[in-house]
Design a binder for this molecule. Sequence first.
Ligand SMILES: NC(=O)c1ccc[n+]([C@@H]2O[C@H](COP(=O)([O-])OP(=O)(O)OC[C@H]3O[C@@H](n4cnc5c(N)ncnc54)[C@H](OP(=O)(O)O)[C@@H]3O)[C@@H](O)[C@H]2O)c1
Length: 322
Amino acid sequence: MKGLIVDDSTPDKPRLMLAHIPKPKISESELLIRVRVSGLNRSDLGLTPDHYAPNTVVGTELAGEVVEVGASCSGFSEGDRVMALSSGSHAEFAKVDHRIAVKLPDDIDWQTAASLPAWFMTAYDALITQGKLRAGETVLIQGITSGVGQAAAQLAKLNGAKTVIGVARSQDKLDQLTSEEVDQTFAMKDGWAEAVREATGGQGVDLIIDMVGGGALNGNLQALAICGRMVAVGRLGGASDTLDIGMLAFKRAQITGVTFRSRNIEEKAAIARAFASHIIPLVVAGKLKPRIDRIAQLAEAGAAQELMRDNKHFGKILLAIV
Ligand SMILES: NC(=O)c1ccc[n+]([C@@H]2O[C@H](COP(=O)([O-])OP(=O)(O)OC[C@H]3O[C@@H](n4cnc5c(N)ncnc54)[C@H](OP(=O)(O)O)[C@@H]3O)[C@@H](O)[C@H]2O)c1
């Protein structure tokens, strides 16, 4: 079958490369999926040998049809339309543990489906499960122009946030956000945290969902209300920063983080179930809408990867497989 592997001959810029590789063989708890569309993610940029084995198909989310069902998989049949956050998605066929596969209603098309798992599972986990958003709270999305940021913003609005504030570098992208996503936006430049405090009457925000990490930490703390919470999701600005512990103590703030990598299959299955119950109905109702930047062919994946590396996209970059 055709699939994308990593050409790491330039280690600082590993490149997705089209290759012919064997079709995967499923275990009894897995489904074989004929992939229709897969989603390109930031995890496809910084691929290092720690993240993939040589000649292994990469990619982390997909939408497609079940073509084979493992002996112990209950609830799935050949022909089912599914989506999943699962490895090896950039190929004609992928195997997915049935516990993390989510059935796809007829009224969600392949492209929308492949845009949902990474962004909306992450955003739901960060905002609702870990962030414990309560109705009437003020939420700040740091890095709102990212896909997870847009998903978190849409979800915050639908889950009773009083005000959603977005911060990002690109004014042009901020200007394209809708009132279904955000109430107020601030460009990330000097003084942004004071501007957010002023906009909240000096109180600060109750909850921050942070996609930026390095470089944003102390501004975030400054923008946070007393007893506010912050959930670290992304590391667009880097994976480390210097924490002002005095400010943390003064704010009596809580900081937590989310990732899928350290979760076992049961924990991942719980996220997939929450996604099926709380996200899919809102997508069907037209209330949650992933923004799609473009759809590329598998052979164009290297160029799509460059576009993402240069932050020239706004919305999901999809790969059309079949
Ligand atoms: N924890 C998890 O489970 C999880 C799951 C999925 C994703 N993530 C992480 O979440 C982050 C967002 O992922 P995504 O797929 O939503 O991204 P995305 O859709 O590719 O969006 C990235 C956007 O972020 C902005 N950006 C890039 N570098 C930045 C920087 N240094 N400072 C501020 N903004 C920056 C850019 O917009 P501007 O033009 O406005 O700068 C860029 O368009 C990534 O770090 C990703 O690895 C984490």
